[in-house]
Design a protein around this ligand. Structure first.
Ligand code: SF4
Length: 416
């Protein structure tokens, strides 16, 4: 390839990989392997990110936009029509060639391809599909490809995109239509839901969960955590997506409708992921997480918050509790619950056996008993509390409960 074209290609690649960073709808994070500014092995500038597949395997992806030209003017987006920023576009063949080149050099295992809307949704979706088809049918690239579906594209193109990619996504952006209309005036709920509905219909015939995901932006609108998670709960219930990604709003543009924030609400994003996990894998109902507020507490994780509101559920006697009771204990998740149940079959539970299983007693000790006793590894403050009341260090649960009641605002529980 002539040198000037290569440099031009690299500068476009750089523009488009930077523009793709704000999309979270694959569980990705960027590496920091930086070399020279225009070196193709500069993973940070070239848009190489790490992601985790549903089987827990970790892979590297080239995360890139086909173009950052966009006919839409979403107020929160760096690529919106009215922004005066460097713009670039790659042809389908260029995308395929870059992907193959990176793959052969062992930089990446797959591709995450998104795009601004260039000319119209069908035109853009078609370009993206052509890039994937070159990869699949000409270069026989059978590795992971995540393709962003373009809202407003025709059903035929959505179906085709779904056929050539491993995973697809379409961003809802916001939990309510009101927020969407305010900050993304060119979009509507009908348009952003449509690609996910089509994918679900195809998959329903097969009786499987759709391999799709979506993203909701957090903190750019007054939508509460409860409203946001109620949307996620419905999407999971209808089997429309496998994952909802929450993306802390990053202030890039100035607009009267956008909030002024100093830092993105990353902790809130983290709490939403924890609550989402509780709904999907722990059997928590949405209402259980929002009994006294429309938002999740930021100081402690939502499962611990639920436990502190429901001390009547505890102590849980570990020698008798069933699986669903065990996973309600702060610090005990599905894997530990199964291990405890297995361990009970082969012997008596003890503090030592719980430690060997990996039960985080520092956190769980307030909520469990073993044969009626609390397995305590006491802090100095706790020791003082029990000694002042002339209680044994290996005490019965009511004393622990009392301690918890009196000190719950001051206890620094280990972080989840
Ligand atoms: S459609 Fe909206 S969010 Fe997507 S690239 Fe265009 S301006 Fe950005």
């Amino acid at each position: 390839m002539p040198k000037n074209i290569k440099k031009d290609l690299l500068s476009r690649l750089n523009i488009l990989s930077i523009s793709a960073r704000y999309d979270n709808s694959c569980s990705s994070s960027y590496g920091k392997r930086e070399t020279y500014p225009y070196d193709i092995s500069n993973s940070y500038l070239s848009g190489i990110c790490r992601t985790w597949l549903s089987n827990g395997r970790y892979i590297s992806l080239l995360k890139i936009l086909m173009t950052n030209f966009c006919i839409n003017n979403c107020k929160y987006c760096i690529n919106r029509r009215q922004n005066d920023i460097p713009r670039a576009i790659l042809t389908p063949k260029e995308i395929a060639d870059i992907t193959i080149e990176f793959y052969k050099k062992n930089y990446i295992d797959g591709l995450f391809l998104s795009s601004g809307i260039y000319r119209d949704p069908d035109y853009t979706m078609d370009l993206m599909i052509r890039a994937v088809k070159i990869l699949r049918y000409k270069y026989h690239f059978n590795r992971y490809i995540h393709l962003k579906l373009i809202p407003g594209a025709s059903r035929e193109l959505i179906e085709e995109a779904f056929r050539v990619a491993d995973r697809v996504s379409s961003n809802l952006e916001f939990a309510t239509e009101e927020s969407l209309k305010k900050l993304a005036p060119d979009k509507s709920f009908v348009k952003v839901y449509q690609p996910l509905k089509i994918v679900r219909e195809i998959y329903e015939e097969k009786g499987l969960k759709a391999p799709a995901s979506t993203q909701i932006i957090i903190g750019a609108t007054p939508d509460t955590d409860k409203t946001i998670l109620s949307v996620s709960e419905k999407l999971y219930h209808k089997r429309m997506v496998r994952r909802v990604y929450y993306s802390a709003y990053i202030s890039i543009n100035k607009d009267k409708d956008l909030p002024l924030i100093e830092k993105p609400p990353f902790l809130r994003e983290h709490r939403l992921y924890q609550a989402d996990w509780l709904i999907r894998f722990y059997g928590f109902k949405l209402e259980e997480l929002f009994e006294d507020s429309e938002n999740l507490p930021l100081e402690i994780d939502p499962k611990l918050a639920w436990a502190l509101r429901h001390l009547e559920f505890f102590p849980l006697e570990l020698t008798k509790a069933d699986y669903y009771e065990l996973i309600r204990v702060p610090g005990i998740g599905p894997i530990l619950a199964m291990k405890i149940i297995q361990a009970r079959k082969y012997g008596e539970l003890s503090i030592e056996s719980l430690k060997k299983l990996g039960v985080p007693l520092k956190k769980a000790k307030y909520f469990i008993t073993i044969k009626g006793k609390t397995p305590l590894g006491l802090t100095k403050k706790e020791t003082r509390f029990f000694e002042e009341r002339q209680l044994n260090l290996f005490v019965s649960f009511p004393s622990t409960l009392l301690f918890l009641h009196q000190n719950q605002d001051n206890i620094s529980f280990p972080k989840a």
